[in-house]
Ligand binder design. Structure first.
Ligand code: SF4
Length: 754
């Protein structure tokens, strides 16, 4: 059920030839990252050595994973491709929409009720198109992937930023937007700028209170939230081999917080043990046969500076436990300095809640080590001072830790076990009193701690630490407690000290589960009906966009000339709008509402050229669409930076905007626009941006002769009768020009289906 062994055999069979070819073309020994990337080139073997940080390369990922929030639009789009089945093994995981309020069972029941239509849709569409479906309560996407699908040397994409978690088992696993997932499921290549490589050499061995989480907390402090941008982080060294596979998963997971494309560890005995422990001895046997290809070449690790763009070295024997935060994951404090920092910065010392688990830190090892501390609290008569919650990452883990008595131990100290879902990690936390916006502190073993992320309160000071440190601080009830040095007063008035945590990487009795929550797809999905209620306000089947009519675009009105930063959040705001991710028409009511109009410096206030009145952007555009008038959006530098959210391209397309003309594009957004059949063009001279006036009627000339590398012309017909005209550039290749003409990439795939 869980993975496709034939697919893995296929991947491994081509490894040797492809890696040999790559080694020849690159002309030197290879890192593990390069081996996996070159083994997954779309076009197979290559004689080309790609330039890191420069060349855009097409890859053929082995798998796709989607979480329930982002899967909706990815799958609605996939349905447009007209394919009978997904082209690569794919899975959907229902984890983001479950709110943590009372406890696992009650919360799950409420979620099933509230999200029924979304779950029904995801379940039926998965069933139809050959996609594995993990029901609500089955677990969090990345934990489930690590337990079932990740394999050494593989390459996957996932519609979630913490997809790199699978790097713990040696997979190049990258977070993407729904449009990319749709492409790969439809059998298209996936494009990535060939990444730069950061090597992290781990020496020594963890001991005592320090855990794998502290490695990434330390790395985040060194590299900061931007330091990994455009790079894959490869860990190696004897210290790396001493870490459990799930500990490696934690490190790779949180690598998203330094902006890294992904992070990865090589295949070793720990990976093998985890594969065997999770019922995948057949994968381990296959991996053992090509072991030498599942790690970087020896010369690389012996002299890393010659092969990586940047090298960091960390001695695990000297690494202290860390607490990072508040409000940013790269503010790294070794525990010995943290109490002082709390005092100096006047952060609330009282710890309100300690939260452990999530996709980042809910392995058997994490839970058993945290439980060893909880047991000490019981044995040493300590009254736990903070609220305490436990979020298991999967039903497999939850069932096993219940069997082994750990959940009972957590309950003994007053802990609440939440559903196997994202919950408080993504703000799905009905935290009592959060609406009062009081200044307070929480510590989590999650990965992100930006303001408002967990409970919506901007004054919640959220810190990130290992499950062990989170548990110790929750027992103490204060941030300034250092469990390595400090004592606590127990209920008998005695001073007691917590001993170092202890735990097991894998359960001695093996993992167990009664119902993992998996639904296999129908063998033949032909007759399966996709369930979407026509009056749903959360889901809407997509209609194909209309093809280009073969004419130049003329007499367009200016919808908005956006000033300054215009990110995907300005174009398609998140927050409450996320509810409508699966309903293009409803979510389009947030189109560009965050963009600042250059005329009045206001957001969501533009002139309606039909009435002369100022109004909201989406309503104004709807009026143009109803009147059959084309429109254009003008923007500044790096338009569309931020996330890969495809809604930012689909909404203008849906509401009838024809052109986005900017000084420069963020590349992913530019590609998304092209995929949707939009025209995205850039000023040849950025100063021409200043020529655009509010009441202009605008033409784009030259489309009848649309060709690669050939500039187009924009004519501004000003209200006073004067004109300006200037060249504009585009980056459409031949295939993308076809997308434009057909009205979108999916229209072409569908046409090719026949
Ligand atoms: Fe994302 Fe948190 Fe869910 Fe992990 S637990 S997938 S980080 S929301």
């Amino acid at each position: 059920m869980a993975f496709d062994i034939e697919m893995i055999k296929d991947v491994y069979q081509r490894f040797e030839t492809r890696i040999d070819a790559a080694r020849k073309s690159v002309g030197k020994p290879l890192t593990l990252t390069e081996k996996i990337l070159y083994a997954h080139l779309w076009k197979g073997e290559t004689k080309t050595a790609y330039q890191r940080g420069q060349d855009y390369v097409d890859f053929a990922p082995d798998r796709v994973a989607m979480q329930d929030a982002t899967a909706q639009m990815a799958l609605l789009q996939f349905m447009q491709a007209g394919k009978p089945q997904v082209a690569v093994p794919s899975t959907v995981h229902c984890d983001h929409l479950i709110q943590a309020k009372i406890g696992a069972d009650a919360d799950l029941e409420i979620a099933n009720e509230q999200n029924r239509e979304v779950y029904d849709f995801l379940s039926s569409v998965s069933n139809k198109y050959g996609i594995g479906f993990w029901k609500p309560g089955a677990g969090i996407i990345h934990q489930v992937v690590l337990e079932n699908y990740a394999f050494p040397g593989g390459m996957m994409i996932g519609t979630d930023s913490h997809t790199p978690n699978a790097g713990g088992l040696g997979m190049v696993a990258i977070g993407v937007g729904g449009a990319d997932a749709c492409d790969v499921m439809a059998g298209l290549p996936w494009e990535l700028k060939f990444p730069k490589l950061i090597g992290v050499k781990l020496t020594g061995k963890l001991s005592g209170w320090t855990s794998a989480k502290d490695v990434i907390l330390k790395v985040a402090g060194i590299l900061t939230v931007k330091g990994g941008t455009g790079a894959i982080v490869e860990y190696f060294g004897e210290g790396a081999q001493s870490l459990s596979a799930t500990g490696k998963g934690t490190i790779c997971n949180m690598g998203a917080e330094i902006g890294a494309t992904t992070s990865i560890f090589g295949y070793d005995e720990k990976a093998e043990a985890y594969l065997r422990g999770t019922d995948r001895s057949d994968v381990a046997d296959l991996a053992n046969q090509i072991k030498q290809h599942l790690t970087g070449d020896a010369e690389v690790y012996a002299n890393p500076e010659a092969y990586f763009d940047q090298v960091i070295e960390i001695n695990l024997s000297e690494l202290e436990p860390h607490v990072n935060g508040p409000f940013t994951p790269d503010l790294a404090w070794p525990i010995s300095k943290f109490a002082e920092a709390v005092k100096e910065n006047n952060w609330p010392d009282k710890l309100e809640v300690g939260l452990i688990g999530s996709c980042t830190n809910s392995s058997y090892e994490d839970i058993s080590r945290a439980a060893s501390l909880a047991q000490q609290a019981v044995d040493k008569d300590l009254q736990v001072q903070s609220e305490y919650t436990v979020t298991p990452g999967s039903e497999l883990v939850r069932f096993t830790i219940e069997r082994d008595g750990f959940l009972n131990t957590f309950e003994k100290i007053g802990g609440t076990v939440l559903a196997n879902a994202c919950g408080p990690c993504i703000g799905q936390w009905a935290r009592h009193g959060a609406d009062k916006k009081e200044k307070n502190s929480i510590v989590t073993s999650f990965n992100r701690n930006f303001a408002k992320r967990n409970d919506g309160n901007p004054n919640t000071h959220a810190f990130v630490a290992s499950p062990e440190i989170t548990t110790a601080l929750a027992i103490a009830g204060k941030l300034s407690f250092n469990p390595l040095t400090d004592t606590l007063t127990n209920t008998k008035g005695e001073q007691v000290k917590l001993d170092e945590p202890s735990g097991l990487e894998l359960p001695t009795k093996g993992f167990a589960v009664e119902d993992a929550g998996y639904q296999a797809p129908a063998v033949d999905g032909d007759s399966v009906q996709v369930i979407v209620s026509p009056d749903s306000d959360r889901l809407q089947l997509l209609e194909p966009f209309k093809p280009w009519n073969g004419q130049d675009l003329t007499n367009m009105v200016l919808l908005i000339k956006a000033k300054g930063k215009c990110t995907t959040d300005h174009i398609s705001m998140a927050g409450p709008w996320l509810k409508y991710r699966g309903h293009l028409d409803n979510i389009s009511n947030n189109m560009l509402i965050g963009a600042i109009n250059f005329v009045n410096d206001k957001a969501d206030t533009v002139k309606n050229q039909l009435t002369g009145e100022y109004g909201a952007v989406p309503a104004t555009q709807r009026a143009y669409k109803a009147a059959g008038i084309d429109s254009i959006v003008v923007g500044d530098e790096n338009y569309g930076e931020g996330s890969s959210r495809e809604h930012a391209a689909m909404e203008p397309r849906h509401l009838g905007v024809r052109v986005i003309l900017v000084k420069s594009f963020a590349r992913i957004h530019e590609t998304n626009l092209k995929k949707q059949g939009m025209l995205g063009i850039t000023f040849d001279d950025p100063n021409d941006y200043d020529l655009v006036q509010e009441d202009d009627r605008i033409d784009v000339i030259g489309l009848t002769d649309f060709a690669v590398g050939k500039p187009l012309t924009v004519v501004l017909n000003h209200a006073d009768g004067t004109k300006d005209s200037f060249p504009v550039n585009h980056t459409y290749n031949e295939q993308q020009i076809e997308w434009f003409k057909a009205g979108g990439a999916l229209n072409i795939i569908r046409q090719n289906q026949g």
